[in-house]
Every structure is written in C-alpha cells, then in structure tokens.
Design a protein around this ligand. Structure first.
Ligand SMILES: C[S@@+](CC[C@H](N)C(=O)[O-])C[C@H]1O[C@@H](n2cnc3c(N)ncnc32)[C@H](O)[C@@H]1O
Length: 208
C-alpha cells in the first residue's frame, strides 16, 4: 500500500495560481513576539505585514508594535491591495517585515522582505521550508536566519478562516532574521503556549 503520510504532512494541494488563503491563528503570532523576539524589542517600532489576508496576523502584531502597515495582493476588505513582489516599497522602509506568505512564493517573499526591513524579518512557514537545494543556494547559504524557532505544538490552518477546533499534521516554524546583529544561526523551540496566548475574539466565526 502506498504511504501517503508525507503528502498529508507537507502539502496543501493548492493550485499554482491560488492565493493560498490560510490565515494564521493569532496565538501563533503572539508566540513569535513573546517567545522568540521579545515584546521589549519591538515596542514603538514599525512593522509591515505584506500578505495580511483578513488581518489575523496584523491584528496581534498591532498589540506589540508602534505601527503596523498591512496589504495583500487580493481584496479581503482589510487593507490596500498590493502585490508584495512588485509594489515599490522603499528599501528599509519598515523596522520589521512579518508574515505568513503563500508557500509557493515564500522564497521570493524572504528575498523581498530582507530588502524592505531595517531591523528584522520573520516568516512563518512549514518546517520543510528549511530544506531544498534551491532555498539553500538562494537564501540559507547566503543569509541564514538568526533564529529557526520550531513550534512544539501544531499550528492548525484552514482555508479562509481560523478555527480553534482544526487539526493538522503539518509542522510550522518561525524563520527570523535579525538584521541589526551579527549572530550565529540559533535553533530554538516555541514552547507549548497556545492556551496562554489565545484571547477572546480571536475566532470571530465561532458560534458557541
Ligand atoms: C497563508 S495566507 C496568510 C495570510 C496572513 N498573512 C495570515 O497570516 O493570516 C497567504 C496570504 O498571501 C496573500 N498573497 C498571495 N500572493 C501575494 C502577493 N504576491 N503579495 C501579497 N500577498 C499575497 C494571499 O492573498 C493570502 O492572504
């Protein structure tokens, strides 16, 4: 019998031209700030969320940053429509660029974000983003992340909404580049923290 477990774990089977509309549950963004970067490190700073969708990542970012600019290549009614890969953002125009990009464009997003950010870039991606010869040659060998922070818990994402009851077999990690310091890449884990970081209102479609 064919073993399909890898396919279940690593792929979402989205069409090549799909927006990859899988919003991030807000606790996973709070985990980046609270467990990886540190809230004191971003207080008062500017952040760009360039693929914000319905704002599920932009809103928790605004709890920590001084300002958060958000945009998306598709219209969700949350922010201006801008393609991150072609919109003329000025070089180093934002302190941080933080997003969960469409997986098929994640490499291009990292390269673009590294030019737009002054202090740091954080990309939420599947753990398997760490591998592949192409990404090694284009990104990791030239500009390795300062921190690779693997979620110990699963971060369930479903198409078009956030759902507290969703489950997933896919592992996720935060890939963080701290541009204002010269550091040896560090392997870290996001400890179990979902329960403590979920807030009232995080799941607006929830009918209890
Ligand atoms: C995985 S979803 C994540 C949405 C949001 N960042 C979050 O975490 O909730 C990827 C998002 O990227 C957007 N997107 C796809 N291609 C894009 C592009 N070239 N420029 C900007 N946004 C894009 C999609 O519309 C979608 O909202």
């Amino acid at each position: 019998m064919q073993n399909t477990s890898h396919a279940v774990m690593a792929q979402r089977h989205e069409a090549a031209d799909s927006p990859d509309d899988f919003p991030t549950p807000p606790w996973a963004t709070r985990a980046l700030i609270e467990q990886v970067i540190g809230a004191d490190e971003v207080r008062g700073l500017s952040c760009l969320e360039p693929a914000c969708g319905r704002g599920y990542m932009a809103r928790p970012l605004a709890e920590y940053f001084g300002t958060v600019d958000a945009a998306d290549a598709f219209h969700y009614g949350h922010a201006p429509v801008r393609d991150f890969l072609t919109y003329p953002y000025e070089a180093k125009s934002h302190d941080w660029v933080i997003t969960n990009p469409p997986f098929r464009l994640a490499e291009e997003f990292v390269e673009r974000a590294l030019g737009v950010a002054r202090k740091g870039v954080a990309i939420l991606a599947r753990t398997v983003f760490l591998e592949s010869v192409g990404r090694y040659e284009n990104i990791f060998s030239r500009c390795p992340p300062s921190v690779f922070a693997q979620f110990s818990e699963r971060v369930p994402m479903v198409k078009g909404r956030v759902d507290p009851k969703a489950s997933t077999a896919t592992g996720y990690a935060w890939f963080v580049w701290q541009l204002d310091r010269d550091a040896t890449p560090r392997l870290a884990w996001v400890p179990p923290c979902r329960r403590g970081l979920e807030r009232e209102g995080d799941y607006p479609s929830l009918r209890l």
